[in-house]
Design a protein around this ligand. Structure first.
Ligand SMILES: Cc1ncc(COP(=O)(O)O)c(C=O)c1O
Length: 398
């Protein structure tokens, strides 16, 4: 009989056989999976046989998450990553080489812009930024650069610009480029870019997919062939998702539809209320009939989503005063959670941009971005009123 330490190790690592299906995907919190013999391990590691060997390469819980999101997006396959940025990085670098160019929307999440303009630029991949609503400019940029990738966001961060995925897919494919779409703001409940011709769809699952602001995660979905091409980036760079994190995102998915309906309903109410308020210069929300993205959004989005933005006439100081006065909304940089989050991009998510770069992305100094949560709309309106009063007081004191 083995001695105590050996028995403790063997006893504690003996997995139960479970014939019945659990009601939630189990958290396979294991770094590695052992094979019955060397031949099996070799075959699993080289991909000759399906199975699990090491959780950076594959893990049942993270694979279940990727498969679930691929299903919701109408894609053949998917891969999970530690964060949205790891997913976006993998999707881009698996399709572009040094010496080539990416054409990307200029209305873009600040860190994605940094990835392109700083990290990938340092590796010899350049980026041309274009207005995604100017289809002729997108086509001209693709023709001029021969870019293999067109990169857009379904609904952009932070100015809520809606990209016409169908039209952009047509233009990209006619120029021999792939269309990569960050679908974080819309979620697959509002939009499924693959149905409109996108080749790869990325998510920060940190946001609406998980929905509770308690996890970081990313996913890429697409065809089997394109997802297989991404796998070496996951394995060699190592941005693998933790099994517990995958479980937390999976737990959010069953309520995604309910949450997106409520986020959208409340956001439309607030956007309409903000429009025309004293001190509010402009409201950006695709659900408003006179929003420039309204027509595309009506075609492409099943709900208008929970993200809105508005510009205060009092500029940077008014933006800061509005933020500081709110009592319900969280002052933080994330989005897509049950609680309302308000940010002032010029001093948070886009702080890395100087004034010129900020103006180029269409961000005014008094721009506030709001991720509308699931609170009662009357309470949120009162909170916005507090913010507006504070912003107006700043203007009056000038
Ligand atoms: C549109 C968009 N894409 C990607 C990301 C990056 O996601 P993560 O923080 O999970 O890396 C964010 C984060 O805010 C985002 O807003």
């Amino acid at each position: 009989m083995a001695r105590f330490s050996t028995r403790a190790i063997l006893a504690a690592t003996h997995s139960p056989e479970v014939a019945q299906t659990p009601s939630a995907v189990p958290i396979y919190q294991a770094a590695a999976f052992s094979a019955d013999d060397a031949a099996e391990l070799g075959e699993v590691l080289t991909g000759a046989r399906s199975g699990y060997a090491y959780s950076r390469i594959d893990n049942p819980t993270t694979a279940a998450l990727a498969a679930a999101i691929a299903d919701l997006e109408g894609a053949e396959s998917g891969l999970s990553f530690a964060t949205g940025m790891a997913a976006i990085h993998a999707a881009i670098v698996s399709n572009v080489h040094a010496g080539q160019t990416v054409v990307a929307t200029q209305a873009l999440y600040g860190t994605t812009r940094d990835l392109l303009a700083r990290v990938l630029a340092g590796l010899g991949i350049s980026t041309v930024f274009v207005d995604p609503t100017d289809l002729a400019a997108v086509d001209a940029a693709l023709a001029r650069t021969g870019a293999p990738v067109l990169y857009v966001e379904t609904v952009s961060n932070p100015t809520i610009v809606v990209s016409d995925i169908g039209a952009l897919a047509g233009i990209a494919h006619a120029r021999g480029a792939l269309l990569l779409v960050d679908n974080t703001f819309a979620s697959p409940y509002a939009c499924r870019p693959i149905e409109w011709g996108a080749d790869l769809v990325m998510h920060s699952a940190t946001k609406y997919l998980s929905g509770h602001a308690d996890v970081l995660a990313g996913v890429v979905v697409g065809s089997h062939q394109r997802i297989d091409a991404l796998r070496p980036i996951l394995v060699d760079v190592g941005g693998a998702l933790a099994p517990l994190a995958a479980f937390l995102v999976l737990r959010g998915l069953p309520t995604l539809a309910l949450r997106m309906e409520r986020h959208s309903e409340t956001a439309l109410d607030l956007a309409a209320w903000l429009t025309g308020q004293d001190g509010v210069e402009r409201v950006y929300y695709p659900g408003l009939p006179d929003d420039p993205g309204h027509e595309v959004a009506r075609r492409q989005l099943d709900v208008f989503g929970g993200m809105l933005a508005f510009e205060l006439s009092g500029g940077r100081e008014a933006g800061r005063a509005f933020l500081d006065a709110m009592r319900i909304a969280e002052r933080t940089a994330s989005l897509g959670a049950v609680r309302t989050i308000t940010t002032h991009p010029p001093s948070t998510t886009h702080r890395q941009l100087d004034e010129v770069a900020l103006a180029a992305t269409g961000i005014a100094p008094g721009l506030l971005r709001c991720s509308v949560g699931l609170e009662d709309v009357e309470d949120l309106r009162e909170d916005f009123e507090l913010g507006l009063n504070a912003a107006r007081a700043v203007g009056a004191a000038k």
